[in-house]
Ligand binder design. Structure first.
Ligand SMILES: [Mn+2]
Length: 325
């Protein structure tokens, strides 16, 4: 009997698995990749009697693989907060799925573990751009404001490391990053005792400075957009930059378009003060998917750019400015 731990390579996926394995240690084959690489169940061939644990990966995207495995006698536990569609009912399937926009997968695992390794869920919630949820989860941890700031930065750095076209764009392979934090039940110890955090923080700042220098596209609509060049740093920083723009323009939707051949890879955020509907916008396009507050389009052909901006304008009409900057 073999075990597979299949997880998104971002902060949320890594911290979700980390919490679970701190509580339920198990040696499993690790399957992960860049954040956008979400058809991860296609990469495993488990046999009857094997068990897979899936974290922070859309069930909707992996549905056919999942059903094939369940029918072949593979046991599956699933933790996720992405749009799932109909959740299969099967005796070998245990689902912990909740797409409430205030949750991330690590908070779902935290709930499952009754808060046993909550500090890592706080890290993940910051990384998944859910600062309000992170602060709420941190309330009974009694960490100082300063340490809370460290947890926030760690979440942002872990999240940043998952963005790229392929693992070649990344500073650390997500499986490697998970292995390095695996010995630490306290994220603050990981920060103090290893070099990874400082390294990621430095390169993250460099990439963000480049992104902030780009011009922003702002029409009268309730949307702010930026076009980024086809280089590794913009692929790495696009998710974090989308989150920053979203925080600076809480009343507007955000669209980040990273050049990719004859089109763009797109990161989308709903306005923070009305975090809904952005997954529906993304799904208007062939390769779009995501959650109510945060979504993406794997490849948007050049000729569809106008349709996207127009649709965003219609979905999130301009209103009284609530922007910070
Ligand atoms: Mn997530």
């Amino acid at each position: 009997m073999r075990f597979y731990d299949i997880f998104n390579g971002d902060a949320d996926g890594i911290c979700a698995l980390h919490q679970l394995r701190l509580a339920e240690p198990r040696d499993a084959e690790l399957i992960t990749g860049v954040k956008r690489d979400n058809e991860l169940l296609a990469r495993v061939e488990p046999r009857p009697g094997d068990e897979i644990t899936v974290l922070d990966v859309s069930l909707d995207t992996n549905r056919s693989h999942l059903i094939r495995m369940l029918e072949a006698g593979v046991r599956c536990r699933y933790f996720d907060h992405h749009f799932a569609g109909a959740v299969p009912i099967h005796p070998l399937f245990e689902a912990h799925i909740d797409d409430d926009s205030s949750l991330c997968t690590s908070l779902i695992v935290d709930r499952y573990l009754l808060g046993k390794h909550r500090a890592w869920a706080v890290v993940a919630a910051f990384g998944d751009n859910l600062p309000e949820s992170a602060l709420a989860a941190a309330a009974d941890l009694h960490v100082s404001a300063r340490d809370l700031e460290v947890l926030r930065e760690l979440g942002e750095c872990l999240n940043y490391n998952a963005y790229g076209e392929s693992v070649e764009d990344l500073h650390l392979h997500p499986a490697e990053l998970y292995q390095r934090l695996r010995p630490y039940s306290d994220p603050l110890d990981f920060v103090r005792q290893t070099l990874e955090f400082e390294m990621l923080r430095r390169v993250y700042r460099e990439d963000m400075e480049r992104a902030r220098a780009l011009p922003l596209w702002e029409e009268k609509s309730g949307c702010v957009a930026a076009f980024m060049p086809e280089v590794a740093w913009s692929r790495r920083v696009s998710g974090a930059f989308a989150n920053e723009l979203s925080q600076h323009h809480p009343g507007r939707a955000v669209a980040l378009l990273v050049r990719s051949g004859k089109g763009y890879r797109v990161s989308l955020r709903a306005p923070r003060d009305a975090a809904r509907g952005i997954d529906a916008v993304a799904r208007e396009f062939e390769s779009g998917s995501g959650r109510k507050g945060s979504a993406g389009i794997q490849f948007l052909p050049e000729q569809d750019v106008e349709r996207l901006l127009e649709l965003l304008g219609r979905t999130y009409p301009a209103k009284t400015r609530a922007d910070k900057g």
